[in-house]
Design a protein around this ligand. Structure first.
Ligand code: BG6
Length: 473
């Protein structure tokens, strides 16, 4: 048991999703196509030319039509917050128009109404792997500086419309993942193996400036809003105590930490500038860009955490494992999930302490969870899933969050990923399930879309009700 006072009384317990992975209705309500509509197999295959029937995201779990039922289930678990993203192509179907699509805006009004009805605080991601397809096809996504203006216009529309009702905003989901998944994360159409380093880092710069501009816009249009950056956290431990391995692990971690450094400190760190120089990258950075970054730093830092990796300077020992978008060197001391992601609850405490020591900004864990195959069973006439493996994973990670809070880290909240089963981002499968709520839909698209409460549903409800006191050590 944790000390019942460990978690602050206003701790934001909840769950997280993304529009393209839950909504479906890919061509309803005036929505334009997004890059996800041409990524039927996630990031495992090259993109398609246009939408294809084998894309599970066309229907996903039909949240677009079932949001009220789903949010009621979240409320039944006692959620204090619900993280969802707004599909950019519902608001600006092409992305470069000047006027937004009212039908798209009205949909999110209804989602927010439903959250308010249940006393759930919305936590909104402005851009979560769903760049309008037209922006990818016509501009090559974030490689093009024009994207900054399109994104700013979109963010301004959101703050003007929802700013009085939504307090917590994230500018870009896992902004550092563009290094590894340029199309999914950056809407960059140029295939990864043909993308120059200069274009890639210019895209990153453009996103960082856009993130700062969104923060600036929020200060004007939604003064009570708090803006966070969102990074994919993946600690990289030295594979051995050899100083070369320690340096290698530091270098790998910095490829991710740079994004937090820039969002929090408002300038490029020296090690990042050196890395650009070493790679022969020269960026177009204006004085205005520098001022924007400096003057519009974030209120909090949010991150996803699923796993850690190891790192070594010895090429012969670099045995690469699977993992969340980037993966890394396998750590021989850890077990792994059915998808090969290594499981490391203590790593979450390490990340929380590292980020707090480094940035002294409130931290929000906005993704964490276990993708696993579930078996729907019937017990006393009720369909359910006995997902003890998921309960164990979440329990062990939450115990470490409690430890970090006891260490003095300021943790705002925790939203478990895929609180309801959804379509996987990397593999586009539904059988990779994260939820407390089972959705009857299979990888071949069959299923009723009915919802069933898993064992973890009741477990999480008790964790929230007891404010963490029911966790087992
Ligand atoms: C994160 C993404 O990388 O991990 C989510 O922000 C994603 O969109 C989650 O779903 C889990 O990854 P996957 O590939 O199992 O869906």
């Amino acid at each position: 048991m944790t000390d019942s006072t460990t978690f602050p009384t206003d701790f934001l317990w909840g769950g997280a999703t993304a529009a393209n992975q839950i909504e479906g209705a890919y061509n309803e309500g005036g929505k334009g196509l997004s890059i996800q509509d041409v990524m039927p197999q996630g990031i495992t295959t090259p993109r398609a030319d246009g939408p294809t029937d084998d894309n599970l995201k066309q229907v996903a779990i039909d949240f677009y039509h079932r949001y009220a039922e789903d949010i009621a289930l979240f409320a039944e678990m006692g959620f204090k917050t619900f993280r969802f993203s707004i599909a950019w192509s519902r608001i600006f179907p092409l992305g470069d128009e000047t006027l937004p699509n009212e039908e798209g805006l009205a949909f999110y009004d209804r989602v927010i109404d439903e959250c308010e009805k249940h006393g759930i605080e919305p936590l909104v991601t402005i851009s979560h792997y769903e760049t309008p397809l037209h922006l990818a096809d016509t501009y090559d996504g974030w490689v093009n500086r024009d994207m900054i203006g399109f994104y700013e216009r979109y963010a301004r529309v959101l703050f003007a419309r929802y700013g009085a009702r939504v307090k917590y905003w994230l500018t870009f989901n896992e902004i550092n993942s563009v290094l590894h998944a340029p199309l999914m994360s950056g809407g960059i159409n140029t295939p990864k193996d043909q993308l120059s380093k200069t274009d890639l880092y210019q895209a990153i710069h453009n996103e960082l400036v856009a993130s700062a501009l969104a923060t600036k816009a929020a200060r004007e249009l939604a003064p009570s809003a708090q803006i966070g950056c969102m990074v994919l956290a993946m600690p990289a431990y030295p594979l051995s105590p050899d100083p070369d391995d320690v340096m290698a692990s530091m270098t790998t971690e910095r490829t991710n930490l740079a994004f937090g450094d820039i969002h929090v400190r408002g300038e490029y760190p020296g090690y990042y500038l050196r890395s650009l120089r070493d790679q022969g990258v020269e960026l177009v950075i204006t004085d205005e860009d520098r001022a924007l970054l400096k003057e519009n730093t974030v209120d909090f830092v949010s991150f996803s955490y699923y796993m850690s990796v190891a790192e070594t300077a010895d090429e012969s020992k670099r045995v690469i494992g699977k993992g969340n978008i980037m993966g890394g060197v396998r750590n021989p001391t850890l077990k792994e999930s059915e998808w090969g992601w290594q499981i490391d609850p203590v790593g979450l405490r390490i990340v929380l302490n590292q980020f707090w020591d480094r940035w002294q900004k409130p931290l929000f864990i906005v993704e964490n969870g276990l993708g696993a195959k579930d078996q729907l069973v019937e017990i006393d006439g009720t369909k359910t899933v006995i997902d003890d493996y998921r309960i164990d994973y979440l329990n062990d990670h939450l115990v470490q969050v409690g430890e970090a809070i006891t260490d003095g880290v300021d943790v705002m909240g925790y939203t478990s990923w895929g609180c309801i089963d959804l379509v996987s981002a990397s593999t586009a499968q539904l059988s990779k399930r994260y939820g407390f709520i089972y959705v009857d839909r299979n990888d071949d698209g069959s299923g009723t879309l009915d919802r069933y409460k898993k064992k973890s549903f009741h477990w999480y409800a008790e964790v929230i009700r007891s404010n963490g006191a029911s966790l087992t050590r």
